[in-house]
Ligand binder design. Structure first.
Ligand SMILES: NC(=O)C1=CN([C@@H]2O[C@H](COP(=O)(O)OP(=O)(O)OC[C@H]3O[C@@H](n4cnc5c(N)ncnc54)[C@H](OP(=O)(O)O)[C@@H]3O)[C@@H](O)[C@H]2O)C=CC1
Ligand SMILES: O=C(O)C1=N[C@H](C(=O)O)C[C@H](O)C1
Length: 267
């Protein structure tokens, strides 16, 4: 079986570097390109400078369009506006895309859905096997306790994270809402301040941003006198990066369409 050729977008980012490392370490993948912002000091250098490895023979480019082709899978963990431009380039080139970026608007999500009519796309707020298993556990707990318990979702991330709540917290909230047969927007309490008692049947969200926390998510089911907490704690970014490379290998020969990490893992 031929190796999956992968292009890493936003290669100089926290996840970009982790994705380069995961790609070069995977025996069934080959790093076919790496892209950074035009003017970034790393452009025109070998990716080895970003991951502290032997030279890889892959020079960091500042033009995504020049790197893309339909036999290469793009992995994009960047920021929503730039990511949308990148997905447009992928549609023009016919390249499959694994999207890890979070914080999209409803309109951007609709555009991604439209793009998936031309190219295969995996979209997931979290590529770790742990979080994707947690989603199933949360559905099960909601089935058992959802009509009796107060459900709260807490997430903690590093101080540089831009979007809140995290994409993963939203996906966990969607899992609860789906199991309750409701829309998340109808039952979510996004913030509390001042005179703000809990409303029956809502799902409360709380967010912490501090230091270099990689990512922690709790889903709490609180009853009178007892509480069940389901927690995922990422101890490094490796779990996200290796999951995204797994998704790229899975996506390579798939028909056009929009997939998620549950599809990739067969969960
Ligand atoms: N799905 C998952 O499993 C995970 C998702 N994420 C998500 O991935 C995304 C990235 O996270 P992280 O790596 O921590 O963030 P960083 O801020 O470290 O990286 C963002 C990258 O995007 C690049 N970028 C942004 N705008 C542009 C632009 N206009 N042109 C070119 N490059 C651009 C930045 O380049 P520059 O530095 O030059 O500005 C940077 O390399 C976030 O949305 C995060 O939530 C994170 C972890 C796991
Ligand atoms: O920005 C991050 O770091 C992370 N973002 C993703 C999210 O928004 O859920 C996944 C992970 O928690 C790390």
């Amino acid at each position: 079986m031929s190796k999956t050729q992968i292009i890493i977008n936003a290669a100089t980012g926290r996840m970009g570097k982790e994705l380069l490392q995961a790609t070069v370490s995977d025996r069934d993948a080959s790093l076919a390109g790496a892209v950074a912002r035009a003017g970034h000091p790393m452009v025109a250098n070998d990716v080895a400078y970003l991951i502290g490895s032997e030279p890889q023979g892959v020079v960091i480019s500042d033009s995504l369009a020049n790197e893309l082709s339909n036999d290469k899978v793009l992995i994009d963990f960047s920021l929503p506006d730039y990511s949308m431009e990148s997905i447009k380039s992928a549609v023009e080139a016919g390249s499959p895309v694994v999207i890890g970026t979070t914080g999209y608007s409803e309109e951007q999500l609709t555009q991604i859905n439209n793009a998936s009519k031309s190219i295969p796309i995996v979209l997931a707020a979290n590529y770790s096997i742990g979080v994707n298993s947690l989603i199933g556990l949360v559905k099960q707990a909601t089935k058992l306790l959802g009509d009796k318990a107060d459900i709260e979702i807490f997430e903690a991330h590093h101080k540089h994270k831009k979007d809140a709540p995290s994409g993963t917290a939203l996906a966990l909230g969607e899992a609860v809402a789906e199991e309750k047969g409701q829309n998340l927007n109808d039952i979510a309490e996004w913030a509390r301040h001042g005179d703000a008692p809990r409303k029956e049947g809502t799902v409360g969200f709380s967010v912490l941003r501090a230091g270099d926390i990689v990512g922690t998510h709790d889903v709490v089911f609180a009853l009178n006198g007892e509480m069940v907490t389901l927690r995922h704690e990422a101890q490094s970014r490796q779990c996200f990066a290796s999951g995204a490379v797994t998704a790229a290998k899975w996506l390579k020969d798939k028909p056009v369409g929009l997939y998620n990490m549950q599809d990739v893992l067969g969960l």
